[in-house]
Design a protein around this ligand. Sequence first.
Ligand code: CUA
Length: 166
Amino acid sequence: MEPPKHHGDPLAGMYVLAAIFLFVGGLVVVMMMFLRPNWDSRGEGANLYIPGTSAGFMRETEIKIGPPGVREVSPGKYEVILAAYNWSFSPNEIHVPAGSEVTFRAYSAEDYHGVMIPGTNVFISLLQQEVSEATHTFTEAGEYLFVCSYYCGGGHGSMVGRVIVN
Ligand code: CUA
């Protein structure tokens, strides 16, 4: 007596395919967890370098001109690398001595913004994927507010920073 034959089950192929899809799907999920691609623009924690994206632009910019911050480039001359986000500036507090010539190199990490320091010639638009510059000499001590000069949505009013000259 022969054992019953099961080959030719029309569903067998489907089961195999389903198993493969589940396995590949699981693999993709696990890979995403490890690589943590950060599609939003801040680039924090992004392990993937994606040219042409905001995160990619930020990496390129940081390599080219340095990370956001304030640096003295020569006696009395400062450079501020200023990044604009939705909706904040980095850095948002800049300390320089009175008489400093400050060059702002600013860019937007997300969408469109601007930088304006009322009472100075600093009034720049920040387009995406571009670094814009403006220079001003702060002869008098005091606090100079800088704000976003382009209406950029709900958080526009909170895009404020201070240049503290002393
Ligand atoms: Cu950013 Cu208005």
